[in-house]
Design a protein around this ligand. Structure first.
Ligand code: CA2
Length: 172
């Protein structure tokens, strides 16, 4: 018997028998240049936690929200662009701390505008209390919102915001 056509959405996949299995929606958490240095220098700006600590925090909190996490860091703009492009295929949302590329990268903005999933921008520091060149964000033009100044807790707040957005968009 012909089965009605059903395209699994984010967080769903077809089982062998053709039924739909519910998996946790994936959130892609992207970190830009120099964030691999966290915990080693400038704790007054960025705190004492390492990026591995932040990854663990995100994984624990995402699990509480019923989300799965892919966590990446690169010092190269093109890697971040590629990861954003890949989210279209398999992720339900993006958390992005683009580091210094926040203030320079039209390439990241274009990738985010094409991503078709909600993105939340995060910064550990309050960029508006810092140098004027940090006050402008290209990422902000494509993001649902920005969280800055709360240190690593900003990633937790971004996951909360995305969980709410995703839940809202799946309700008919
Ligand atoms: O506050 C943030 O999260 C930033 O995205 C961090 C970027 C900065 O360029 C942005 O304006 C705001 C810099 C990350 C550098 O991180 C380091 C950590 C330890 C030691 C050196 C750099």
């Amino acid at each position: 018997m012909a089965r009605p056509c059903y395209k699994p959405s984010h967080g769903e996949r077809a089982s062998k028998g053709g039924g739909i299995m519910t998996a946790s929606p994936i959130i892609s958490i992207l970190n830009g240049p120099n964030l691999n240095m966290l915990g080693s220098r400038q704790p007054e700006l960025y705190g004492h936690e390492t990026l591995a600590d932040i990854e663990a925090l995100c994984r624990t909190h995402a699990a509480r929200l019923g989300l799965a996490v892919e966590f990446h860091q690169s010092n190269h703009e093109g890697d971040l662009v590629t990861w954003i492009q890949e989210t279209r295929k398999r992720a339900a949302g993006i958390v992005i701390n683009a580091g210094a590329y926040t203030h320079t990268s039209v390439a990241l903005l274009d990738a985010l505008l094409a991503a078709e999933v909600p993105a939340v921008e995060v910064h550990l520091s309050n960029i508006h209390q810092r140098d004027s060149f940090r006050h402008h964000s290209y990422v902000a033009k494509a993001a649902k919102g920005m969280i800055c100044g709360f240190g690593s807790h900003g990633y937790v707040l971004a996951l909360d915001a995305l969980a709410r957005l995703i839940k809202g968009s799946s309700q008919t």
